[in-house]
Design a protein around this ligand. Structure first.
Ligand code: NAD
Length: 301
């Protein structure tokens, strides 16, 4: 795990509790922080899942099966994720260069924000196949959508099908037409109960609300990163909405955005193109144009 801040530490802890690794190295320019977090998690590991957790360097990560990049600029208050793009890109470029120079050839999961841009930056720098550079994307937003619906409909989140696509950010696309509960549409299951536009806004703004309250978000994104690791380690071939290189889907290429992806041992094994209605397809294209503009600014600066 590169970056032992709030997200990195929470991810390391959650990975350990799931027993998903035998050895984990925490890398951070703040070496004292990385060492302290590694020791704290090691203490917990003794009572939970046996695993070796230590602070180290890129050489230690050279043969890792998975690297998770959480080093990046954190946003404050109501600042958008895109506002920290240039600073985050510098950090991501430096980390990925050192990781690949050390010989890393595993799957790289990028959580640093703005995640679609940072995953694209990491992909361009790493020289790894796109299948092995994955942004956590809208997996977290999708969990928020399913959780919000489940609580309103009084059903278990696992019984709610729903997905958020596009940018992990202000232009994200909650695909309301695809929501199903036991195969029923929202209108069939609970006629007139849910205001879709309001629900989508709440899901979009959920991160800001948490940042306002505690200064950062960590547990949700950590669990999303762990879920992707699990899919890789267990070769699940599960469909997850994650940020991936577009190669012609919706007529778009050379940018990262979230689409439903089949995730297994090789990383992203297939990118699926969902059936969106006209409004949703337009919103997805809007997400793309925002990210393309931001890529243009990053490439100039
Ligand atoms: P944080 O400031 O607590 O941690 C960042 C860590 O990165 C710090 O410990 C810092 O020392 C380290 N770091 C900085 N530059 C480095 C470098 N060049 N090499 C190694 N380490 C370096 O921030 P955080 O709250 O953990 O957030 C980390 C990132 O994750 C941010 O970009 C944040 O926006 C993002 N994030 C993403 C999601 C998501 O859904 N994708 C959710 C929450 C946070």
């Amino acid at each position: 795990i590169i970056g032992a801040g709030h997200v990195g530490a929470a991810t390391a802890f959650a990975l350990m509790l799931r027993g998903l690794f035998s050895e984990l190295v925490l890398i951070d320019t703040n070496t004292a922080l990385a060492a302290a977090e590694a020791e704290d998690i090691s203490d917990a590991s003794a009572l939970a899942r046996p695993a070796r957790v230590f602070a180290g360097s890129y050489t230690d990560a050279a043969t890792a099966r998975i690297a998770i990049l959480t080093a990046g600029a954190a946003t404050q208050g109501a600042a958008s994720r895109l506002s920290v793009a240039a600073y985050s890109a510098e950090i991501v470029t430096s980390c990925v260069t050192q990781l690949t120079d050390a010989g890393f050839e595993g799957v790289l999961i990028v959580a640093a924000n703005p995640v679609d841009l940072m995953a694209w930056t990491a992909f361009r720098r790493a020289g790894l196949p796109a299948a092995r550079v994955i942004g956590t994307g809208t997996l977290l937003d999708t969990c928020r959508l399913r959780q919000a619906l489940a609580s309103r409909l009084n059903v278990a989140p696992e019984s709610v099908e729903g997905i958020v696509l596009g940018e992990h950010g202000d232009s994200e696309v909650a695909v309301l037409s695809a929501i199903r509960v036991g195969g029923l549409t929202l209108e069939q299951f609970a006629p007139g109960l849910i205001d879709g536009a309001r629900l989508a806004r709440e899901v979009r703004d959920a991160g800001y609300k948490i940042v306002t309250g505690k200064g950062y978000t960590s547990f949700g994104i950590a669990t999303a990163a762990v879920r992707i690791c699990e899919a890789i380690v267990r070769d699940e071939r599960v469909v997850l909405p994650v940020s991936t290189l577009l190669t012609g889907q919706f007529g778009l290429s050379d940018l990262y955005l979230s689409l439903p992806c089949l995730v297994g041992a090789g990383g992203i094994e297939q990118v699926l193109v969902p059936d969106l209605n006209e409004t949703e397809a337009a919103a997805f294209l809007n997400s793309a144009s925002i990210i393309q503009k931001a890529i243009g600014v990053l490439s100039i600066s």
